[in-house]
Write a protein that binds this ligand. Sequence first.
Ligand code: IFM
Length: 725
Amino acid sequence: MKKIIEKEFAIDYLNKYGSQMTIGNGYLGIRGALEEDYPEQVRGMYVAGIYNRPSGSTSSELVNLPDVTRFHLTLDGEVFSMLTGTIHSYERYLDMNTGELIRKITWENSAHKKYQINFRRFVSKVAKHLIAAKLEVTPLTGDMKVKVRTGIDGQQTNFGTQQLKELSLRIFDEERMVGEYQTIESKQQIVVATKVNAKGAFTAKNRQLMTAVEQNVAANETFTLEKISSVNTSLSKTDEVLPNTTYLELKKETDLAWEKFWKQTGVEIKSTNTFDQFALDFASYHLEIMTPKDDIRCSVGAKGLTGEGYKGHVFWDTEIFILPFFLYNQPKIAKQLLQYRYLHLKEAQEKALENGYKGALYPWESAFSGVEETPEFAAINIRTGTRQKVASAISEHHLVADIAFAVCEYAAATKDTAFMMNCGAEMLLETAEFWISRTTNRNGRLEILDVIGPDEYTEHIDNNAYTNYMAYFNVKKAMEWNKENQPFQKRAEKFLANLYLPVANESGLIPQDDTFLQKDWINLDKYKANQGTQGILLDYSRQEVNELQILKQADLVMLFYLLPATFETKVMKRNLDYYEKRTIHDSSLSKAIHAIVENRIGDRKQAYQFFQEACLIDLGTEPHSSDDGLHAAALGAIWLAVIFGFAGIDTREELLQITPNLPDAWQSLTFEFVWKGERIGFKITPKMLELSKTTTSVLELIINGEKHSFTDKLTINFEQKDVSL
Ligand code: IFM
């Protein structure tokens, strides 16, 4: 059952469900806000790529667009609100099978009249600009006078920041309401159009273009109102602003598109814990609706299109955590995400130059223009009134190698040499040139100084293991794709021969950076118990945290995930144990990666524990953790943990390697995986792996360390290791 269900209405969870119940199609996203207003509720509609930089700000923001979801409902003179009257039954769910959000309430007003009120809405998966909504009200005790006010509400802001100038509000043909807007700084045009299937009285006031429909309805008859809306922007305009269509017509084609999506991309887990399947479906649904499908000018923000957290900016989250979901399901979309980075190679080159480097230094946070968008300052410390500078834009450089890694992953998984010739090789070259220029020669050894690794609790450190190894990988791969470029080959060879790569010391520990292992250790139990909240920063200043062995997420574990062949299993195990004890997992990116690495070293029990905890990042009971949007990377990581963790797929070598290790609670795992142009069907049980494909070519692969080949079907029986090293 692919349903996100809210069993009862609770004000405290309004915005968490608002994020979870987002509907969309990659072009636009609409938060699951309730149709009627509540003071705490954050309504939001976002279109990928529509950003605006408010005056006085150093970064642009994903714009909260005029709203079309609001319905002000008056029944027999009383305004409908779930905070008044009595709720006799309540049911709200997002049907992920079809992308439809449904709410059904039996409500009694203060005069003891009962009504059945049903709301529905969805965003078309076929006509990407269209949104459909439907309201049904049935009076259950006597006749009713219903009044509905709805339309286009241009009062939306980004938490109080006005991003849009209203250009015009108009009614066409006595039915279509059209609002034209322009983003104040970025000058993007937005046209929102809407109509309802009943005659009403139009008004335009205070940035709201509304219609009010009134009707008398007999007892037990149903009043139905349909509303079809469209959002067009200067990034993608259609000629037909608002077609003549009905809720049902639009839904039929959308249902088919969703059916196709789930057939190809769905992963089936038979588990004694049904929540595993739900969490994975939740992740897949949201990854699909947050990712643009046909516009290389847009990528995926850290909260997708579910909220305004991180201002809608694009981080390494996209390439490392989200892109693989598409690469191995719908490779064209993975390519598009890389094209977004290629499009902004120029800005990355400019950033490198401005900072005294060569090649391409991608912005830590990116938006539409491709320039650095990281806010200059972090949240205010209300005790001191000061704001700490955000160092990521000037030091968190691993992103450069992360993008290069994704390019290589794409090249390995597809046979798209055209992309590599036209874009990929150049991206690898430019990112490699950055690393070569980024090093400092200290006594003949090349070192990378003053960086921040994925562990953002440790700043301004030298020779961060993650960064150095990833930079090495980046330059090595750039050489393979730029063989003709002799001057580069020479520079790269020198770099590879002299770059310092920290190795395990006599206690088996790889130092996270030059100073980490000398720092003091503190007991983190209290903070681990509240992970994800950054509670440590209430007790210690950032400076103090930096001087202690405290990790937000583990650099080494991330490195083991990306480059497993580089490290021996016993080294991985030793370091995983050591660093995990010092990791709070305050980053939502942390847990699922731990699950994968635990599984690779054979501890599937611990892996499953991490996986289950990772699934709770947006689905846990804590009321406000996802208020400003879902954690897009964490959702991607749930899928990664299933495919690269439990299914044990490894794509880092020429041949696909599979070493399954299912959790004890799982009876089977079934999915499709696209590899070098072949769609391969997988069925895994604790004792068997079954592969199938429909083409007649021979596919060679390594299963549990042994080479196999097959054309259409292959069944391998095995015993899962009951390991703990
Ligand atoms: O990219 C991440 C980073 O690794 C940790 N802080 C949040 C960012 C956005 O998700």
